[in-house]
Design a protein around this ligand. Structure first.
Ligand code: GLP
Length: 243
């Protein structure tokens, strides 16, 4: 595990974007795993800027998102589909056929999960999987108690996640209670390099728990990262403050 502490969120975002650009520069048809949430927004902004400056092309890249809500339409302002269009895809030269997000609107959700997992398998290993972390230790939407070997599946959101994500919705009742998420097994077994980003003091406690023990336990889903050989963690000072 390589851990870097950056002074500020802006530097963390630049570093993260640099790792993405480096990955694509080495292999233009890279397969990426991409997160949503507040944390990666700065990285996406930086990537869009670098694209506009002619520093990077996404034309050969394939991308898989970590997760999507169930119970809101794809075009909802808070769907992860909309997030990705707004923050990244509508600004860069990526072919829409190359961008994948599970569909939370599928009539057969189990079938949608296996379809998604097969797509990942067909793409080969994810060259770079970028993730954030929930204050309860979730990655993607793999909540405490998640199966460490799980592939893409339908999950129930923890109450703490619903509360944390309520800031994006008008009322907490509007936050979906279920999601489709790439599984912990998918992340660990099907990625060559995992990049975890954490920013802000609200992440300090979970980062401390994650980094002070090597133990892998389903109560702390992010602890599966200890099973992977190539993990980079970027923290800002606040997220690293209790470590
Ligand atoms: C969300 C997403 C995660 C994300 C996490 C943290 O619920 N499903 O993929 O990493 O919560 O979000 P934030 O970066 O806004 O703290």
């Amino acid at each position: 595990m390589q851990i870097k502490v950056l002074d500020h969120y802006t530097e963390l975002s630049k570093q993260a974007a640099h790792i993405v650009i480096d990955t694509i520069s080495r292999k233009e048809d890279s397969v990426l795993g991409l997160p949503t949430g507040g944390t990666p927004e700065g990285m996406y902004k930086e990537l869009v800027e670098q694209y506009k400056n002619g520093e990077i092309s996404f034309s050969q890249v394939t991308a898989f998102n970590l997760d999507e809500y169930i119970g809101i339409p794809q075009n909802h302002t808070q769907s992860y589909y909309t997030f990705m269009q707004e923050k990244l895809y509508s600004h860069i030269d990526i072919d829409s056929k190359q961008t994948h997000i599970p569909s939370g609107e599928a009539t057969n959700l189990e079938l949608e999960c296996s379809r998604y997992e097969k797509l990942i398998d067909q793409a080969g290993q994810l060259d770079l999987l970028i993730i954030g972390i929930g204050t309860n230790g979730h990655i993607g939407f793999n909540e405490p108690g998640a199966d460490i070997q799980a592939t893409t599946s339908v999950v129930h959101l923890a109450q703490s996640t619903i509360e944390a994500n309520a800031r994006f919705f008008d009322r907490i009742e509007e936050v979906p209670k279920q999601a489709i998420t790439m599984g912990l097994g998918t992340m660990i077994n099907k990625s060559k390099h995992i990049l975890l980003l954490a920013s802000g003091k609200q992440k300090a406690e979970i980062i401390q728990q994650l980094l002070t023990s090597q133990e892998v336990k389903s109560e702390l889903p992010a602890s599966v990262l200890h099973l992977h050989q190539n993990v980079t963690i970027l923290l800002d000072r606040e997220a690293a403050s209790l470590w």
